[in-house]
Design a protein. Structure first.
Length: 452
């Protein structure tokens, strides 16, 4: 890592020096020897006048490689500052799935202006991809792929690959279609290389092809690619006609987006985790949850008010209210995260769902027993009041046992309703358990007052 930082700093200094000198030749000689990922890291640090120099120094085709490595929000910013003809040529050279993602983020007027100037074939491919629903296979697939005919020989196919390969996103898997365009087989690049030149594709292709429907949810795509260790996944329509492919780098992007979305849902910050977002916009996105939780908090206040007599009898009980509430909320959040993650990974099914519920309940009981013993000893020692220790200990035991069940069942129920289980956010569960924890605490305390 330290070596990478040193190399980056050295390249940054050299690039900046060439830009300041206005020397496009030396700039290109250095810049184009770097990996597109390194180019993107350097480009993102440049100021607007320096970026204009890069647009003049590099051809649109050379610039496209680094442009596709940038985050979508950065692409949106830079495409609008480029000279218009330059931007159009960059879009023409981008893979269709990446261009569609970018176009979806642009203002409608600007997007339509670019479409009018793009190559007609490229524009049509991008528009076709944009009509698929978000988070489906159609929305993330690319249409730049190589198809084979079963009656061709290996030698003929290799000759075609030399012409078609450079424009395809990947050629490690080659898909075979019949006369109707239906997917009938797959051939790996390795199969081609080791086979005789006169062998027919039909004789070497695999006929059991793992594919995805164009409307398959992107989370299911990621699971399929992971399960079968694929570098690419073909996408078909309801008639098994091949429409596109999804490459492993697209799947990695899907996993990153889904993980980010789950974290945002769990923390009640959906849509506001982008560090480039302004405070006003971030506050707008978070406000609904915060206001809702505030009203739930008012229920907590009402719960406390309902047990005023108990509190007046034993004032010391108030000291331990945050302890019971916090412990219950923490336990529920732990179970929530475990359950949501298991659902996301597809490890929960009808056969083992009760096993998981029992495990989480058992975990809550064990944690409750341990915490009950510990808190009883601490309160008895510090406050010289074993009676309060018993009340708090029993309350902690009951609250933790209930909390793990609540944290497990709520996301399972939400998932059963075909909703994202991550919407059972941590703050919501915590606030809910604040109320349940207090009810348990004061119920235990009230019922034990007769022994005082």
């Amino acid at each position: 890592m330290a070596i990478e930082r040193t190399e980056h700093a050295r390249h940054q200094a050299q690039v900046t020096a060439f830009i300041q000198k206005g020397d496009p030749v030396d700039f290109r000689d250095l810049f184009l020897t770097l990996h597109p990922g390194e180019q993107a890291d350097l480009f993102i640090e440049l100021e607007q006048p320096e970026r204009q120099f890069v647009y003049r120094a590099l051809t649109p085709e050379a610039f496209t490689d680094l442009f596709e490595k940038l985050e979508l929000e950065d692409q949106e910013q830079f495409i609008q500052e480029m000279p218009r003809p330059y931007a159009v040529r960059v879009l023409n050279d981008m893979f269709s799935d990446n261009a569609a993602d970018l176009m979806n983020e642009l203002p409608d007027d600007f997007m339509n202006e670019l479409f009018e100037q793009m190559d007609e074939t490229e524009a049509t491919e991008v528009k076709d991809l944009m009509r698929y629903p978000d988070d489906t296979a159609g929305a993330v697939m690319t249409t730049e792929f190589v198809v084979l005919k079963a009656d061709k020989t290996v030698g003929e196919t290799l000759e075609e690959l030399r012409d078609l390969g450079p424009d395809a996103e990947t050629i490690y898997y080659l898909y075979v279609i019949d006369a109707s365009g239906r997917l009938v087989g797959v051939v790996s690049l390795r199969d081609l290389i080791v086979s005789r030149l006169d062998a027919r594709i039909a004789d070497i292709m695999g006929r059991r092809v793992v594919s995805a429907n164009v409307l398959t949810d992107q989370e299911d795509l990621a699971r399929t690619v992971q399960k079968y260790d694929l570098l690419a996944l073909p996408v078909v329509d309801d008639e098994e006609k091949l429409l596109g492919i999804i490459t492993v780098d697209d799947v990695m992007d899907v996993i990153e987006r889904e993980t980010t979305e789950d974290f945002e849902e769990l923390s009640a910050t959906k849509g506001s985790s982008d560090i480039n977002m302004g405070p006003v916009e971030a506050a707008k996105k978070r406000a609904p949850w915060i206001i809702s939780l505030m009203f739930l908090g008012m229920i907590t206040a009402s719960t406390i008010g309902g047990f005023e007599e108990t509190l007046e009898t034993i004032v010391l009980l108030a000291v331990f209210m945050p302890l019971v509430m916090g412990s219950a909320g923490n336990a529920a959040t732990q179970s929530l995260v475990v359950t949501v993650r298991s659902i996301a990974l597809g490890t929960i099914n009808r056969k083992n769902v009760m096993k998981m519920v029992r495990r989480e309940f058992g975990t809550g009981v064990i944690l409750g027993v341990v915490c009950m013993i510990v808190i009883f000893g601490v309160i008895t020692f510090l406050y010289d009041n074993a009676f309060i220790g018993i009340i708090v200990g029993i309350s902690i035991f009951a609250a933790l046992s209930v909390a793990t069940i609540v944290g497990t069942l709520i996301p399972l129920l939400i998932n059963r309703l075909k909703l994202d289980p991550a919407v059972a956010s941590g703050p919501f569960i915590t606030t809910l358990m604040d109320n349940l924890g207090l009810i348990i605490y004061f119920t235990v305390a009230t019922s034990m007052l007769q022994f005082l």
